[in-house]
Design a protein around this ligand. Structure first.
Ligand code: FE2
Length: 274
């Protein structure tokens, strides 16, 4: 049995960041995701100084979008999240972090955006602060972060050891962010340290097709393992648990399946096979 396809990094909320400008644009993006086979989306607007600085109204905005998609008969299961800029962590109140965290209390995680350039010390401090405040950390597209990938990915290894898990962009695997990001993405996926692929869709050329990344990932992985990068399954939970083994305090064992809610219950009957 396979799980439903989920996209945990998706700029789908209209009019809040550099994603879709209008509700109509958001509807078209959602339709494209559904066409590609996506069933579950975590809406992750940029939460950083140049876009959303107060996430309080994101649940209401998500509710509006959910109602509109229902009227359009687009069957996407939506969750409220955010792509949190590392420099914002210290200035957000706990209730703000909880608004953009995904998963149940005590086992929720936040998508953290690392810097593309410059030093990475602040990113590590921000990730540690998030863990200290009770959240797991999912690093967004580390393959695009020069500081994390420098020195044989020393910064990334540090984060993995601290319990962060990795989300790679599907379009990075397909070459959409240049040869360096493509090489890094392929290396990370092939190394087995990536927990999930996501689209990081914004609209325009940054479309929500996870299939392009899956196809590329399948060149070096078994089809089952490639598929697991975008689906809920027991093995995904096992990998998240393994990745989180070094970070005490928070139960991470269900972190990635809890996005998918109780509909995924039957998948738990199947043992992990990787
Ligand atoms: Fe993003």
């Amino acid at each position: 049995m396979t799980g439903r396809r989920a996209d945990i990094h998706f700029h789908l909320l209209p009019g809040v960041d550099d994603g879709p400008a209008t509700m109509e644009d958001a509807v078209e993006l959602a339709r494209a995701a559904q066409r590609d086979g996506t069933a579950i989306v975590v809406a992750t607007p940029h939460v950083r100084h140049d876009f959303v600085t107060d996430p309080s109204d994101l649940p209401d905005r998500l509710h509006e979008l959910r109602e509109r998609l229902a009227r359009e008969r687009i069957a996407l299961q939506l969750h409220c999240g955010g792509e949190l800029g590392y420099e914002m962590v210290g200035s957000l109140e706990q209730r703000h972090l909880e608004t953009i965290a995904v998963g149940p209390s005590g086992a929720s995680w936040i998508l953290l955006e690392p810097p593309n350039e410059g030093p990475d010390e602040e990113l590590h401090l921000a990730a540690d602060e998030l863990r200290g405040r009770g959240f797991g950390v999912v690093l967004a597209h580390p393959e695009r972060s020069a500081p994390l990938m420098a020195d044989d990915a020393a910064g990334l290894r540090h984060e993995l050891n601290r319990g962060s898990v990795l989300q790679v962009n599907a379009w990075s695997l397909a070459g959409g962010f240049g040869p360096q990001a493509e090489r890094s993405a392929i290396w990370l996926v092939g190394s087995g340290v990536v927990t999930t692929l996501a689209s990081d869709a914004h609209g325009g050329v940054r479309s929500p097709e996870l299939s392009v990344g899956l196809e590329r990932a399948s060149w070096g992985l078994t089809s089952q393992r490639a598929r697991m990068l975008t689906e809920a399954s027991p093995a995904r939970a096992d990998r998240a648990r393994h990745a989180g083994a070094c970070a005490g305090g928070v139960d991470r064992t269900r972190r990635f399946t809890d996005v998918y809610d109780s509909n995924e219950g039957s998948a738990w009957a199947q043992p992990a096979s990787v």
